[in-house]
Every structure is written in C-alpha cells, then in structure tokens.
Design a binder for this molecule. Structure first.
Ligand code: G3H
Ligand code: 13P
Ligand code: ZN
Length: 321
C-alpha cells in the first residue's frame, strides 16, 4: 500500500456522508493503536502531526512510523500537518510528502490570514498537496456581544458564514476549520456543553449558495472527554478537575452530518493512554518493563478509536468504497 491522498478521502467522505477521524500521533504506540483499530473497523484514517510532535519525536521518525503503518495495513491512510504556524513549516511537510497541511493563521487579522493561506496554497497545489485553513478562534462556548441566538458578528470569535465564503474564495484553501464553540483540551466548556450547530449549518449553506459546492469543513477540538476515562485516571492517582468536559458525541454526529468531514481528536487519545499507564503502574508497582506498561495503554487507545470510527464518525466499513 501507499499513502492515500487527503483529497480522495475527502471526496469519498462527502459522497458517503461520513467523517474521517484525524488523530494526532507522536509515538509508535499511538500510530499502532489508531491504525490497528481502523484496519479492524475498515475505516479510512488521517494521521496528523503537530509542530510539537515533530520536535518531540523527530520528523524522520514520525514519517517512517506512518510509512510503516501504511506498509502493514490495508486501510487508506493520509498524513496531515496539524496547526502549521508558518509557510516554512508547511513547505517542509509538503516536501516530505504530506498529503495535506493546515496553515493556522486564525489569530491574524482576516487579510493577513488570507495572504498566508494563499502563499501555502500556491506552493502546496504545485506539489500535489491540499491545504486546510482556519477562520475564527477556538475559544470554546464564549459568545461575543450580539452573537447569541443566531446573531453573526464579524468582530466575534466564531466563524461568520458570509466571511467564510470570502475567505475560502480568496485564500483558495481546500477545507475550512470552523470556530463554533469548539476548543482544544480537556476543559472545553464552562457550564453547559454546547456547539453552535445552527451556525455550522449557516456556514455550510453560505458556501453552497456561493457556488463552492459541498465544501469540506473541519471540526477541531472534537474530543468528548469520556467520564469513564477521567474517573479511571483519577482513581489511579490522577488529578483531573471535576470541570473536565468535552463535546457530546451526539453533537459530533450532527456536525459530521452537516458537513464536518474531518474531525480532529487528540485529547481523548491522551486520556486513554494516561488511564492505561496509571492503571498498570498502580496495580503492578513492581513492573518496569515498558512493553508491559505501554502495551495495555495502547490497547485502551485502540478500543477508543474503534468506538469513535464505528459509533461516532460513521466511517467504519468505508475503507474500500
Ligand atoms: O490541537 C493541537 C493538538 O492537540 C496537538 O497538540 O501541539 O501539544 O502536539 P500539541
Ligand atoms: P482535542 O485535543 O480537543 O481532541 O483537539 C484536537 C485537535 O483539534 C487537533 O488539531
Ligand atoms: Zn486543532
């Protein structure tokens, strides 16, 4: 097998109305757990690598781990740069053969965000790579003044439906990460868990009406922070706060039906890995073989990924469509 292009995964996901899990990887156990789970569930998958993962593991190790996964697996696998923060980093990954990169200039003013995306798109498209951009800020459920109840402000944190059209047209990005109340990490919401799914529908509709077709949207911060994992971690000595909270799985399902065909998950993998390590060490204090410590943790990540692709993302069984 060789890598499958992100463009092909997206085209099939749009047609089949399911989402691809984009799982963050930074070591061998994570790559193995995700790919084995997807192999068993016959699910296409994106392995995504952040700048931090590259400096932790070394880009060559990570690229080779993905290559190994592609060699031992039959399921379609794409490789993606997560939250690229500069043209130079995106170029490095494009030159290494990544099938897609994200250029995240969402913290910049609108025009500068467009300019940086445009620069990456021009290089990427000449080198058979597609680009994800982001518009809006991933601040969690934090409406700005005048935004609650369907009000859309261009000054707010959330993605504005009309501005999304201008952004996509002018930047040329191939997919768009939206801000609809989502955020990264294990503490996503103060109070009620909530994504602005009406806004997501409005964004999708605006893109469609503008002639941009069934345009691929991306949901970052899509971990659900499962209570059983949080409890397991705390049972074995962890100290996660009672306010740990993620996106309800039902919301992810709606989001993917509306058009978020790439769903980013990292925190839940971290929680599963940590729960596994803590449990083994607490129950076997004499253990010091890393394989006996990381092996059960890897199995927990695998179970989690199987559940995601089968029960939440709807991509299980679609590997060979
Ligand atoms: O959204 C960011 C991902 O969870 C990657 O996190 O930058 O700590 O590797 P990281
Ligand atoms: P979580 O850490 O909330 O799963 O988000 C992952 C992500 O968005 C990676 O880009
Ligand atoms: Zn993200």
């Amino acid at each position: 097998m060789s890598l499958t292009h992100t463009r092909d995964l997206f085209a099939k996901a749009l047609k089949g109305k399911y989402a691809i899990g984009a799982f963050n990887v930074n070591n061998m156990e994570l790559v193995q757990a995700i790919v084995e789970a997807c192999e068993e569930e016959k699910a296409p998958v994106m392995l995504q690598i952040s700048k931090g993962a590259r400096s932790y593991a070394n880009p060559v190790y990570l690229r080779k781990l993905v290559e190994a996964a592609v060699n031992v697996s039959t399921t379609p696998i794409a490789i993606h740069l997560d939250h690229g923060d500069s043209f130079e980093l995106c170029k490095e990954c494009i030159d290494e053969g990544f099938t897609s990169v994200m250029i995240d200039a969402s913290h910049e003013p609108f025009e500068k965000n467009i300019d940086l995306c445009r620069l990456v798109v021009e290089y990427a498209h000449r080198h058979n790579c597609v680009v994800e951009g982001e518009l809006g800020h991933l601040v969690g459920a934090q409406f700005d003044e005048g935004e609650a109840g369907g009000g859309y402000s261009t000054a707010g944190h959330y993605t504005h439906p009309e501005q999304a059209v201008a952004f996509v047209r002018r930047s040329g990005v191939d997919s768009l990460a939206v801000a609809i109340g989502n955020s990264h990490g294990a503490y996503k919401f103060k109070g009620e868990q909530h994504l602005d799914l009406d806004r997501l529908k409005a964004i999708k509709q605006s893109l469609l009406k503008a002639g941009l077709g069934d345009y691929p949207l991306v949901l970052h911060g899509a971990s659900s922070v499962p209570t059983d994992l949080v409890e397991e971690i705390n049972k074995y000595g962890g100290k996660l706060g009672a306010d740990a909270a993620g996106v309800p799985e039902a919301d992810i399902e709606v989001a993917r039906r509306v058009g978020c065909i790439k769903v980013n998950i990292d925190t839940d993998l971290r929680l599963a890995m940590t729960a596994g390590v803590r449990k083994t060490l607490a129950e076997n204090p004499k253990e010091f073989d890393p394989r006996k410590i990381l092996g059960p943790a890897r199995a927990m990540v695998k179970e989690l990924v199987r559940h995601k692709v089968r029960d939440v993302l709807g991509c299980a069984g679609h590997a060979f469509d």
